[in-house]
Design a protein around this ligand. Sequence first.
Ligand code: SF4
Length: 419
Amino acid sequence: MASFDSLWIWEDERIRKRLSWYLGVSINKYPAKYLICKRIPAEFNAEQEEKELWSIHQNCAKKFQEIWKGIKNGELRLNELEVASQSFLDLKVELVQRMVRHCNFCRWNCRINRIEERKTGTCQLGRISRVSTYFHHMGEELPIRGRKGSGTIFFTSCNMRCGFCQNGDISKDKDNGIIISPRQLAMMMWELRVEGCHNVNLVGGEPTIHLHTIVEAINHLDRINPTPEELQYIWCVKSDYFYTFRRNFSDATHQGIINVPVLWNSNMFMSLETLYILRELVDIWLPDFKFGNDKCSLRLARTPWYWDTVSRNHKLIYDWGEDIIIRHLVMPNHVECCTKPILEWISKNMPDVPINVMDQYRPECFADPTSPSFDHKLSDIARRPTPREIIEAYSYAKKLGLNFESISWEKNVTGLKLI
Ligand code: SF4
C-alpha cells in the first residue's frame, strides 16, 4: 500500500504547512509530544499544593518548547534525551488527579469531587470512564483517515446538550460501552496504532470530561505490552476485529518506541487548565466551532458562555502554533447567525487554518421530526440545509479567503462545490 504522506492532499502546500508536525509524527519522522514530556524531569511530591504544582508545570512547559523546537528543526533527536525518573507527564497525571477532585475540566467548573462524592456535574460522570466503541474510522477528513483509518475511541457522555447531536447514542447515554482503566485505554491506543492507524482520535461525546483517564493512559503508552487475556476484554467494543491480524510494529514506532499522534476531537468547551495540560500532549486538534453566538448555543445546546469560551480556546491553540483542522457544521436557518460570524472570526484570528465547512447536517435526536422525542422548539433545525444554504456558506468562506476547499470538497456528501 502507498504511504500516508504520498496522499494527494499533502500536495496542497497550505495543508501540508499547517499540519507538518502531525504528518511528521504520523510517519514516525518526529516523536509524539508525549514522548518528549517523558524526557523532561519534574521535581514534585504528593504533599505539595496544587498551586505549586502549576508553577512547576509552567517551568516544564518552557523546557518543552525549547526541546520541541529543537526536534522540529532537526537539531535534537529523542534518543539524545534520557527518560526522566519523574517526568513532566507524571506531573500532568498528578495535576489531573487533583483537578478531578474539584472538577474544573470544562467551563461548567462544577467544582465537585468526582472521586469521592456521589453528586455529579453537567457531564453526569464520576471517576469512571467508559468507551462505547473503538475502530479504524474511514469517514474522517482525508489527512485524518488517510489510507488505514483514524484510530477513533468513542468515550461516553458529554458536557454540552446539543439537541441535534449526531452521536446521540453515545453522548446521551453515559452508561453505554465498557468501563475502562487508564491501562485498558492505553491498550486500545496501542492496538489501533500497531494495526496501522495514522493517529489516535479521542472523541465522544467529549474527551475533555475523561481527562484524568486519558492523561494517565498516555503515560502508560510507551510501556504497554498487553496480554491476549487483557485484549479479550477491550475487544468486546472493537468493531473491526479483523485488523488485529494485520499488526506491524515497525510502522508504529519512533526509535523503537511506540509513537502515535494524539488527536483531540472536541467541542472545545474546556477550561484553561485543561488546555494547559493538553498543550504538550496533543499533536493535532480537531475542534468543532458550532455556534456564532450564545443565544443559539443556549437554545440548541443548553450551553451558556459558549462564544467566549470556545473562541478563546481556538485562539490560544492557534497562537501556540498547534496543528489544527476546524470543523463547522452548516445548520439550516443558521447561516447568518452562526456560520458567517464564525467564518469571519476565523478569518480575523486564525486566517490560514484548514477548515472543514461541513454539509452533512441531518436532523437527529430532539431535532428529528420523525422521532417521538422531537422538540418543537428545534423546528428551525428539523431539516437538512438547502443547497442554497450550503453554497452560501462556501461562497462566504471563499470571499474571506479561508483555507477550506481541499478539506471540505473531498468530504462533502451533497456533491455541491463552488465552480
Ligand atoms: S467535566 Fe465539566 S461538566 Fe463534568 S464535572 Fe467537570 S466541570 Fe462539570
